[in-house]
Ligand binder design. Structure first.
Ligand code: UT7
Length: 327
């Protein structure tokens, strides 16, 4: 009998502190009007000084387990998609394992920029399909506010903090992840990067003075690549699953920019109520954005069993990925 990877539980956790566009007007030379029309963002959540990535990632994971009714010790794999871990060593996934009591899981972090959640979901799916485990906890989480240059108006108004999680469980078709695809193109590594802090520019006073420990983004170039790539990878997974955009009940795109989402939606003919947007409230939370949005839709009771859910993302690397699931 064939096995499928079913999304059995979701969760989300975001910081309490809200930073509005009006707040940002006091920090950099920007305006609510510019941010709203260029990005769709009205406010975002920002972690407090004492809060770390695992504060939110663990809570999101706990909620996903609870929603699925699965005990922590039954989780065989814990993957955390992030580029903003608690520490460079060890993997933050191990801290989350300890927080949640997933004592039988192998745990590791996965870095694929904003595509991280879909990448992690695809890896988890393979673990389940190969019979390696019964339950896999996939968390997408970022605290980008800790890496943002608060003097750079082109990035600090966009990036934000938050965590979402999904439990994938082995089950039987027709439910489950029907198809997924992942792509990378390293020729554009400098489109979105944080050059300092690794082996290229190890921590030093010079590295800090040159502000290499902050995120840099070629926004406009990235924007153009994003629209084309998300459109293509969505068609690829729908084709693989024998579906068309007309079959999709929910489109949950990465929340990078409302203009990207509506341009992709237009190309796919899904620029309507099926296309979920919450960037106005959360900004761009990178790996966190899809699982946060998914959890909102699920907890509002909008997704019904049997419905088709399309998820797609694009980010640093460059990387892009999509998956389509029957709920
Ligand atoms: O999630 C991972 C993937 N990331 C993305 O997909 C992000 C993709 N890119 C974007 O979302 C957009 O490119 C941005 C929102 C980052 C920027 O929007 P844009 O329409 O591409 O603006 P731009 O970078 O071409 O800049 C246009 C102007 C510039 O001024 P000049 O040179 O025309 O005078 C910028 O300096 O807007 C200026 N600008 C701002 N003005 C007010 C840039 N940031 C701001 C700001 N407030 N916050």
């Amino acid at each position: 009998m064939s096995i499928s990877a079913i999304l059995t539980g979701t969760g989300r956790s975001v910081p309490e502190k809200v930073l509005t566009n009006a707040d940002l007007e006091k920090i950099v030379d920007t305006s609510d009007e510019w941010i709203t029309t260029r990005t769709g963002i009205k406010e975002r959540r920002i972690a407090a000084e004492h809060e770390t990535l695992s504060t939110f990632a663990s809570e999101a994971g706990r909620q996903a387990l609870e929603a699925a009714g699965v005990a922590p010790e039954d989780v065989g794999l814990l993957v955390l998609a992030t580029v903003t871990p608690d520490m460079p060593i060890p993997a933050t996934a191990c801290k989350i394992q300890e927080d949640l009591g997933c004592v039988n899981a192998c745990a590791f972090d996965l870095a694929a920029g904003c595509s991280g959640f879909i990448y992690a979901q695809s890896v988890a799916k393979q673990f389940l399909l190969s019979g390696r485990c019964q339950h896999a906890l996939v968390i997408g989480a970022e605290l980008l506010s800790k890496y943002v240059d608060w003097t750079d108006r082109s990035t600090c108004v966009i990036f934000a903090d938050g965590a979402g999680a999904v439990l994938l469980s082995a089950g039987s078709p027709p439910r489950g992840v029907l198809a997924s695809a992942m792509h990378s193109d390293g020729s554009m590594v400098d489109f979105i990067s944080m050059p300092g802090g690794g082996t290229l520019h190890p921590p030093s006073q010079k590295m800090i003075d040159e502000r290499l420990h902050f995120i840099k983004m070629k926004g406009n170039e990235t924007f153009k690549m994003a629209v084309r790539s998300i459109d293509e990878v969505c068609r690829e997974v729908l084709d693989q699953a024998g579906l068309t955009p007309a079959d999709v009940d929910w489109f949950i795109p990465h929340q990078a920019n409302e203009r990207i989402i509506s341009a992709v939606g237009k190309r796919l003919g899904m620029n309507d109520d099926r296309c979920y947007i919450n960037i106005d409230r959360y900004g761009n939370t990178s790996s966190g954005s899809i699982p946060i949005a998914l959890d909102e839709v699920v907890r509002e009771g909008k997704i019904k069993e049997g419905q088709i859910v399309l998820m797609a993302a694009f980010g640093a690397g460059l990387t892009w990925a999509a998956s389509v699931a029957r709920w």
